[in-house]
Design a protein around this ligand. Sequence first.
Ligand code: PGA
Length: 302
Amino acid sequence: MLHVTLRQLRTFEAVARLKSFSRAAEEMHVTQPTVSKQIRLLNDEVGLPLLEQIGKKVFLTEAGEQLYATCADWLEAWGRFEQTIADLKGVKQGRLRIAAVTTTKYFMPRILGPFCAKYPGIDIALEVVNRNRLLERLARNQDDLYIMGVPPDGLDIECEPFMENPLVVLAPSSHPMAQRKRVPFASLANEPFIVRERGSGTRLTVERVFQERNIPLMIRMELGSNEAIKQAVAGGLGLSLLSQSTLNLDPSQDEVTVLNVQGFPIKRSWYVVRPRDKQLSVVATTFLEFMKANVHLLVPRR
Ligand code: PGA
């Protein structure tokens, strides 16, 4: 029988997930030597190397991969147990894990302040990642709730729309089409576009929009951040299709303009997603109810 501690497993899970001793130390609010020591103790106990470090990069050995999969299941079960105890005590306290796609960083943090003020015992971890990373987290059941714009097909999930998520065409304010009304979508065929990285929900939607209309998408540049895209559009590198959530109430503050293109803005929603068979904790239910009742907090104020 192996003698390992919860602390060692938590440390190993963080190092394996973040592929870094220093980032694991940061996340766990401990020093790097503490992390190294926990991993060494665990290694000795297991009797096989779990991690390989090449330069600054950390790789999992086969034993490490096995342990990582076990840890993920086990920590999830343990988290559920802790939550059940909190629920049985009837107190609204505990940890809430939310994974949200990149673009939600424009509104999700806004609700956390009022929520935490109302429920000081609830501790929130908000993981902001692109759509592909979010789907990986969903597959591993790593979070309580998932916030996204393009829910996946074919998974046994429950998705609830909670807010509009229009997709708009952005151009530099000086663009010749900026003054035109009802620009036909086909006119965009000759324009260079700046798009998000593959794996992002926005990128997926943009590709679908062009494909459905049978218009070629001319990609000038691919950028992994909505902010960088807005800057590139403002700088005259091209046009972009982004969620309206990325914009200020007055897009001219971003030095961009929203083009009046036929069929736009494309109506979409933001969804809160969770596995259908997942029993939500009291904390997660409390958050969900709070968010639905306070959607106005998510919209920028005039
Ligand atoms: P993204 O997702 O931030 O990964 O582009 C947005 C979305 O799902 O609509």
